[in-house]
Design a protein around this ligand. Structure first.
Ligand code: DC
Length: 225
């Protein structure tokens, strides 16, 4: 088993930004599990399957292969041998990912890959159920959150910077809807693990959050579980 750090939390809490920086500082491999759900979403959308067609989703899962690679430190997702990383951030893909992530067969399809990656290397893995389901024995668990308003404002500024027209209220509504769906689904809902450290990043800078988590990593490496 490698040294494993789990970071869970709602959409837009800054998990991937923080996890990448902690990974670089602590020499860990960053594993983005949301990208895996997004990868499957690209595949399902390509097959014309909707999130409600659970039998078809399950059948498609039996046919798919997913692999994770790295271009430098940037995670790449391969679906049936094709690198589909460039499509992962599309809005329709994010929505489909959130919907199909509620389907047990879809979660089952990714579980083995996620556990295998954590077994063979030192990882910091972000998602919704890493501390509760995927890696319940993780050396360090973080639950990273921020208020809906803060998360919506961050997303708004990010999109504006890219020149994408957007509306703050619409973004906040979308975040609320995604939170509700991710945390109320029956299988592996978004939930803080009992032994996770809660960090609310609403009033903290990225550097401050990274410093807290990096310091917790160093402590845990000195005195493992
Ligand atoms: O973190 P993200 O926004 O890229 O994730 C996309 C969707 O995938 C998210 O709405 C919920 C789902 N997801 C999940 O259910 N479990 C995970 N471990 C990671 C993501």
């Amino acid at each position: 088993m490698g040294f494993n750090v789990a970071i869970d939390g709602p959409a837009g809490a800054g998990k991937s930004t923080i996890a990448k920086l902690v990974a670089a500082e602590e020499g860990l491999v960053y594993v983005d599990t949301g990208a895996m759900y997004r990868g499957l979403a690209v595949y399902f959308l390509g097959l014309g399957i909707s999130a409600e067609e659970t039998d078809r989703l399950a059948a498609a899962c039996r046919e798919v292969t997913m692999e994770i690679g790295y271009a430098g430190s940037v995670q790449q997702v391969y679906v049936n041998g094709e690198n589909i990383t460039g499509r992962l951030r599309e809005e329709s893909v994010g929505n489909m990912a959130s919907r199909c992530a509620a389907v047990p067969a879809v979660r089952e399809c990714l579980l083995d890959l996620q556990r295998r990656l954590a077994k063979t290397q030192n990882v910091i893995m972000d998602g919704r159920d890493i501390g509760t389901c995927v890696l319940p024995q993780a050396d360090l668990k973080i639950f990273l959150t921020a208020s809906v308003e803060t998360r919506a404002r961050r997303r708004y500024l990010e999109l504006k910077e890219k020149g994408v027209a957007c509306d703050l209220e619409e973004i906040a509504a979308d975040i609320r809807e995604r939170d509700e769906r991710d945390s109320t689904r029956k299988t592996a809902p978004l939930k803080q693990a009992a032994d996770a450290v809660l960090i609310d990043s609403s009033d903290l800078s990225i550097e401050e959050v990274v410093a807290v988590i990096a310091s917790l990593c160093r402590e845990k490496r000195k005195t493992p579980n």
